[in-house]
Design a protein around this ligand. Structure first.
Ligand SMILES: Cc1cc2nc3c(=O)[nH]c(=O)nc-3n(C[C@H](O)[C@H](O)[C@H](O)COP(=O)(O)O)c2cc1C
Ligand SMILES: CC(C)CC(=O)C(=O)O
Length: 375
């Protein structure tokens, strides 16, 4: 007889097979962040599911991000009497109750009519940071108004028209955003076959990138190969907000960034959506952490799906992690409630994994608790 757990969700009835094994049927409500994907897929138009799920090229990096966590093992410590662990962290833009942030992702109204408003309310309920995408389908000021308790950071693609970039920065400041996350891995848009196959180029009628409004029109997002460190210097002069560079992958760039007044780095390959065959984000992390030498916090995103993934990244030196697709899946599956549940699952998994590792907080994690296995 295999006891699979003591809690059951409404509507579930364990039954016994003729071999005597107790079977719990697939839950009506997803129990893990990964299980939300199927629920979301069932509700999304195929072209929108593929936009959210897909990546660049052969999606080598999309797969690598999750697979790399599977190749890392956690080695717990015992008998430390650590008690119930704390999960809160201090970040450049303030504190968060958990080390899992909402990564910037575009077009939330494709997933739920409330769009980014719903995501922000769920992030506020979880006490975590939502990084609002510049390509949000609700203007950042309205996101802030819908979730006054939320801690928001604003993600920016520097626009070659620096006067308009300044307009975007002022909109983020006026909305109360506490940091700017400047995405630097996008001098061009990634080559995404799934989007091309569907001919997914535009948002449906009545939906737009609301932050890009300029008079009577909505500007297109320009991804320009002309953007350079000079633009980061201009941004640094433009605002007192902490600047976090998102998408740094090479340790040489991490070292360069330190000379440009940044308050943090977010190691990321854009969820495998920009340059395909970039290494898994968690595999890039140790070299970047070493290059930065503690000068600024290093965050990471890409492939985080479990509390144990969060611990692995933090043991390797991340100050926090962010999740992209799991939040989208929660939003598409069940709106604000779905995002709340995804974040709550991740928070409780982090707490449980810290307990099992003998840690009183994320500060007790260290690289010696992570091993690379040959799987
Ligand atoms: C549908 C989608 C839209 C995204 N939009 C943006 C964006 O507007 N700006 C940005 O910097 N990154 C964007 N990203 C990348 C995420 O911020 C993040 O790097 C990535 O999703 C992390 O990987 P994960 O989805 O495996 O958690 C997007 C990712 C996805 C999946
Ligand atoms: C609208 C896009 C620029 C958003 C993005 O970064 C992405 O789809 O990965």
């Amino acid at each position: 007889m295999t006891g699979v757990g003591t809690t059951r969700m409404a509507g579930e009835s364990p039954h016994v097979t003729d071999t005597g094994t107790r079977v719990i049927p697939a839950p009506a409500v997803p129990w893990t962040p990964r299980e939300f994907e199927a629920a979301a897929r069932a509700r999304l138009a195929p072209e929108h599911y593929d936009y959210f799920a897909g990546g660049a090229g052969d999606e080598v990096t999309v797969r690598a991000n999750e697979a790399a966590f599977g190749r890392l093992s956690l080695v717990p410590r015992v008998l430390r009497g650590a008690g119930r662990p704390r999960t809160d962290v201090t970040l450049p833009g303030g504190r968060a109750a958990m080390p899992v942030l909402v990564a910037p992702t575009a077009f939330h109204r494709l997933a739920d009519p409330e769009g980014e408003r719903a995501t922000a309310r769920a992030a506020a309920a979880a006490g975590t940071v939502m990084i609002v995408s510049m390509a949000s389908t609700v203007a950042v000021g309205e996101v802030a108004a819908a979730a006054p308790e939320a801690t928001l950071w604003f993600q920016l693609y520097v626009q070659p028209d620096m006067a308009f970039t300044e307009t975007l920065v002022r909109r983020a400041e006026a909305a109360g955003c506490r940091a700017l996350v400047v995405t630097v891995d996008s001098p061009a848009r990634g080559l995404r076959d799934r989007e091309r196959r569907h001919g997914f180029w535009d948002l449906p009628e009545g939906m737009a990138c609301e932050n890009l409004r300029d008079g009577g029109r909505v500007r297109p997002i320009v991804m320009s190969p002309e953007i350079s460190w000079e633009h980061i210097d201009l941004l640094r002069e433009m605002t007192t907000l902490p600047i976090i560079l998102k998408g740094v992958a090479h340790p040489a760039d991490a070292r360069l960034a330190l000379g440009h007044g940044v308050s943090g780095l977010l190691v990321s390959n854009h969820g495998g959506r920009q340059l395909d065959t970039v290494p898994a984000a968690v595999d890039l992390l140790p070299e970047i952490v070493a290059a930065v030498g503690g000068a600024v916090p290093v965050l990471m995103d890409g492939g985080v799906r479990r509390g144990t993934d969060v611990l692995k990244a933090m043991a390797l030196g991340a100050g926090a992690v962010a999740v992209g697709r799991p939040v989208i899946w929660g939003l598409a599956a069940d709106g604000e409630r779905g995002v709340t549940r995804v974040l709550d699952l991740l928070r409780s998994e982090v707490e449980q994994a810290l307990t099992l590792c003998g840690c009183a907080s994320v500060h007790d994690l260290d690289p010696g608790m992570v091993r690379r296995s040959c799987r």
